[in-house]
Each structure stands twice: as structure tokens, then as C-alpha cells.
Design a protein around this ligand. Structure first.
Ligand SMILES: [Fe+2]
Length: 378
């Protein structure tokens, strides 16, 4: 499918007419106190009926069938007491993007403001951010890249933004930009966007257009979130001016775009793709760190390294006694000494019971390096 300005104009004008960001979702809140509800994502779906059938949306349909219906049951990710199950929220974010993609492809209007409820729910709940972060280690390998990868990038960007001391407004902006940063890919031919080999010059020219398509889609939010469309447009710009579409340098690039550039690169490096295996978190972080100011902002790299630690939650580590553990808690004062759960002992035998070790309290054990999950159970 290739992009076309007419389709864009229809979508965006519909968006502008039909929805005002930030206030729309809240005004539609059907139940006081329930901050997040799947119906926000699919407002046209009747409460008592499943949504109309469309092709290629099996995950969306499955989720909708579980959405709060006339029996008053709570949405999949909502728990009594006002908290959210991270697995449900992680999936709902993907369902949201699936729905947006389907609507854009069909030339239908989309309501991007519907993602605000999810984002607000995540921003307000610090433990939830860490739980979602854990899920990013598992999700996004060989999946539908346009759907899972941006969700992972949004979670990383949120963590970086928090460490930068961003206000709730700025966190919302950077999350909106990260979640939608590749939405313009919907108008790039799949044969190009999913090509595994080297792109021809002509194909690369087409691929680069996804930044402009994305900017045009996100422009509908400019009045309320003025930096979002700009960040989407600039997320492939690089510090040394060798990025695209404009070849901007350093301070010419907006800060959100710089954050997304690092987070998206890290996401791609650490997840399997059809044409290559994932790199370890350890190695990927080192690569980003070594890129320094050639590609990425040194200031944001430092913040990224502080936040996305050498041994992030959900990563696997090899100990000096040959045992393998999974990181369950990071140590902000000593990133090399996280809390782990043993998954394999020093003799290569699986550890099934819960054996938690705080490496900061252990003078004998230390980490030798990262390992990939696939390498553990070969
Ligand atoms: Fe992109």
C-alpha cells in the first residue's frame, strides 16, 4: 500500500472535526473512577455487541470480546482497587495500534486521543512502568513490528523522560510521539517496509516518507500537544546531521525525537527480527554508548544508560559460578549488582523453586555477562 495525500486530508480533517485531544476521552468516561477502559479504544463498538468483523484483526477481536460489556465486567487490564494488570495494558496498547492501522488503511478517521487514557494510566503508576518494562524483554520478537516495537519504545521513552524530570504533560507528549512514531509506515508499501535485504535508493526514498506521513497524521494533536508531530517527523534525525528527512544536527532536533531515536534503536537491537537474532541488552547498550555524539545526544545517552541499566529487569545473566539468573530488581546505586532469581544452577540444572539472590549482599557471586533466553534452554 502506498501513501496518498487525499487519504491523509480526509483522515485529518475528520479528526479535527470530530475530536479534541485530552478532553474527548475524559468526557466520554462512562464510569466515574474507572480511569482506563477498553471502550475508549473502540468507542464505536456497541457495549452489548461484539465489534463488526474485519479481516486481519484477530488480536483486536479477541480483546474486544473481553471488553467490558453489558454484564458490567471490568476490562481485561483493570483490577478492582484501581490498578491495572500490566499484561492487559501491554496488549491493549498493541490493540490500539492495530485498530489505528486498520482504520488508516481503510481511509477511516482515527481518534489518536484515545491512547491518552492508557498513557495517563501508565504515567501515574510508577510500579506499573517497571512491570511493563519487564514485559518488553519478552514482547516484540518476530512479532508484528509496527505494533509491538512502538509500544516497547514508548515504555523506554517514558522511563528516560521520568529520569529527565519531565512534567506529566511532557511525559504525555513523549509517550504519544513514541507510541505513534512509526504510524506513517502504514502508507509505505509492505514490500519496502518489510524488505529484509538492502533497499534500493528509490525504495529508501519511499521508506523515508513515513516520517512525513506520521507528522501529517499527528498534526491533529498540534493544538494541545504541539511537539508530538514534530518529534514523529524528526525521529530519524541524528546528531551528526546524517539522519533524515531534513539532515538536522544537534540542537536543531527536538528533544523528544532524540529520546525516541535512542529508545527505538535499543528496541530494535534487543529484539529478534526475521533477518537476524536479537543482541543482548548488555551488548546493545554498549553499542549505543559507543555511538556517542555521532548519532545520539550524549546527554540523553547518559540518562538512558542510567535508566536502562546494564542488566535490566527481565534480562538473563551468567554468574561466575556458571549459574544463570533472571534480573528481577535493579540496583540504582550499583547497576552491576541487581537482584536475581536463579533459573539454572552452576551444573546446568533448571532451578524451579524461587531462589532469589541480592548480588549486592553477596560477596562471592558476581555477573560475568548477559545471556539470551534462547541460549539458556538450547
Ligand atoms: Fe521510523
Amino acid at each position: 500500500m502506498s501513501g496518498g495525500p487525499v487519504l491523509h486530508m480526509v483522515r485529518i480533517s475528520d479528526l479535527i472535526r470530530g475530536n479534541t485531544p485530552t478532553t474527548t476521552a475524559k468526557k466520554e468516561t462512562p464510569e466515574q473512577g474507572m480511569k482506563y477502559n477498553l471502550r475508549y479504544l473502540f468507542p464505536s463498538a456497541p457495549e452489548s455487541q461484539p465489534p463488526e468483523e474485519t479481516s486481519d484483526t484477530s488480536e483486536t477481536q479477541e480483546s474486544l470480546s473481553e471488553s467490558p460489556a453489558s454484564d458490567g465486567t471490568e476490562p481485561e487490564s483493570f483490577e478492582a482497587g484501581g490498578s491495572y494488570r500490566p499484561e492487559g495494558l501491554y496488549q491493549d496498547a498493541q490493540n490500539y495500534l492495530l485498530d489505528i492501522r486498520d482504520k488508516l488503511r481503510a481511509g477511516e478517521p482515527v481518534n489518536l486521543a484515545l491512547s491518552l487514557n492508557m498513557i495517563e494510566a501508565i504515567i501515574e503508576d510508577a510500579p506499573l512502568v517497571d512491570e511493563l518494562y519487564t514485559l518488553t524483554a519478552e514482547g516484540g520478537h518476530n512479532d508484528d513490528l509496527d505494533i509491538v516495537s512502538p509500544v516497547n519504545s514508548m515504555i523506554y521513552s517514558l522511563k528516560v523522560g521520568k529520569r529527565m524530570g519531565y512534567s506529566a504533560f511532557k511525559l504525555t507528549e513523549v509517550c504519544m510521539a513514541a507510541l505513534h512514531h512509526d504510524i506513517g509506515m502504514v502508507f509505505v508499501d509492505d514490500a519496502i517496509s518489510r524488505k529484509e535485504g538492502r533497499l534500493t535508493e528509490e525504495e529508501f526514498t519511499e521508506l523515508k516518507k513515513h516520517t512525513a506521513y506520521g507528522r501529517d497524521i499527528l498534526k491533529a494533536l498540534d493544538e494541545t500537544y504541539p511537539q508530538v508531530s514534530r518529534a514523529v517527523y524528526e525521529h530519524h534525525e541524528r546528531e551528526n546531521g546524517r539522519g533524515y528527512p531534513l539532515g538536522l544536527k544537534g540542537e536543531e532536533i527536538c528533544e523528544y525525537a532524540k529520546i525516541i531515536a535512542i529508545c527505538d534503536s535499543y528496541e530494535a537491537m534487543t529484539h529478534h527480527r526475521a533477518y537476524r537474532k536479537a543482541g543482548s541488552q548488555h551488548k546493545s547498550i554498549l553499542e549505543i554508548a559507543q555511538a556517542k555524539d555521532a548519532l545520539f545526544s550524549p546527554h540523553i545517552i547518559k540518562i538512558f544508560l542510567d535508566e536502562i541499566t546494564m542488566y535490566p529487569i527481565g534480562s538473563y545473566v551468567l554468574l561466575n559460578n556458571k549459574a544463570i539468573g533472571i534480573v528481577v530488581k535493579t540496583n540504582p546505586t550499583n547497576p552491576l549488582k541487581p537482584v536475581i532469581n536463579l533459573v539454572m544452577d552452576g551444573h546446568g540444572k533448571r532451578v524451579l523453586e524461587d531462589r532469589r539472590i541480592d548480588l549486592a549482599d553477596n560477596n562471592i557471586l558476581n555477573i560475568q555477562g548477559s545471556v539470551l533466553k534462547d541460549e539458556i534452554y538450547q
